[in-house]
Write a protein that binds this ligand. Sequence first.
Ligand code: PLP
Length: 418
Amino acid sequence: MRFISTRSEGGEFFSASDAILKGLAPDGGLFIPENIPSIPDTFTLTKGSWYALYQAMLPYFEGDELEGDLEEICRNAFNFPIPFHSENGKDTLELYFGPTAAFKDFGARFLAFSMEKLLSRRNEEITILVATSGDTGGAVASAFHSRRNLSVKVLFPKGRVAERQRMQLTGWDGNVSSYEVDGSFDDCQRMVKEAFMDPELKGLSSANSINLGRLLPQMAYYVYASSVYKLKYGEDAVFVIPSGNVGNATGAYWAKAMGAPIKRIVLAVNANKPITDYLESGEYRPRASVKTLANAMDVGAPSNIERLFSMFPDIDTFRENVSAYSVSDDEIKRTIKEVYDESGYVICPHTACGERVRRDHVQEEHSVVVSTAHPAKFNDIVEPLIGRELAIPRTLFDIMHKKPVSTEIEADYHLLFS
Ligand SMILES: *Cc1c(COP(=O)(O)O)cnc(C)c1O
C-alpha cells in the first residue's frame, strides 16, 4: 500500500508510517492513498467496534512497519463506545465518548499511539507543537499525555478560550506543557510556523487535522457505522456531517469509495461557506473565517479540501458527489431548542447544524446525523436554550478537576524552548 501527495503527478511514494510521521508531503500537498482499497473480507461487526475499525484500517497498512502493531494500537486508541441514538427512524451517531468528548479523540489517539510505536522502535523523540483556539489542543494534549518518546507544547491565546476549554488545555503535567500566549490565536499559529522554519530546532512535528493518522480512523468509523445501519434498516446509509476543515467528511468519502454501504453524504456547514458557494458558483474561493456558535467549524479555507478535489476534480463530479447546506446561528439555537422540546434529547451547536440540514434538506425516511461533540462542552450556549443544567461526562469531569498548570509567555517562539 502506497501513499502519494495530492500535488504530485505520480513520482514519489510513501508508506503509511512515513506519511504519519511527516504530516505534510514534502511538496506541501496532503497524503492520499495511491488507490483506495476495498473493505477486507475479514471485516466483522461481531468483535466490538474497535475491532471493526481495525479491520477497516488494515488495508492501508498492508506491508507497512505498523501492520503487526495495528490491532494493539486500535484496541488502545478506540477504547470507548460508538453508540447510535434513535428517534422515529432518525439516527444520531454519537462520536463523543472519548476523553475530551468530541470526535477528534479518535484521530488524536490513533496518531499518538502510532507515533509512540514508530518513535520507540527508531529510538527517536519528537516534540509536537499545537496552536489551538479551543478543541484541537485539548484532544491532542489528552491523547499524547504519557506517550513515550513524545512531548507536546500547546499554545493558546491568553483570555480568549472558554473556561472549560482552558481546563482541558492546562490540566496536564509530565510530557505536556501548556503556554498561555500574550496575543491572539493568529500569533500562536505564527509562533508555531516560525519554530518549524528555524533550522536550529530539530525534531518538531505537528498533529493537525491533515495528518493521515487522524484521517484514517475517521474513515474507519464510517465503515463501521454504515454497516451497523445496513443491518438495522437493510439500506445504504445517508450521513449528514457537521463540517469545517472537512476531515471528518473526507473520511466518509473514503469509506464510501472502499465499498461501505453509504448512499450519500451531505455536509452541514455554519456561516462559513466556501463549499456551498463553490457548489453554486463553480468557483472555489477560500476566505477569512467568521465567528459562529459552532466555533469548531469556523473555517474559511478548509484544510482537507485538497483531498476532496483529488477525488472529485471538476465542478460537475463535485456536484454529483457532494451536497452542502449552510446553517445560521439563529437556526442553530432554534434547532437545539426544537429537538429538546420534542424529545428531551440534547445536542451541541455543531450537531445542531447537521440536524437542521436533515430537517430541511434530507427526504429519505432514514438518515444519520453525525454528532461531533457532547453538548456539555458548550454548556454556555446550550443550557440557556433548554433551561436546565447538563451533567458533565466523567472524562471531562476528571480533566476539569486536575490542577491547572501553564506558563504565560510573550508571543515569541524562542520562549518555548528556553
Ligand atoms: C473539528 C470539529 C468539527 C469539524 O470537523 P472537520 O473535520 O474540521 O470538518 C465539527 N464539530 C466539532 C465539535 C469539532 O470539534
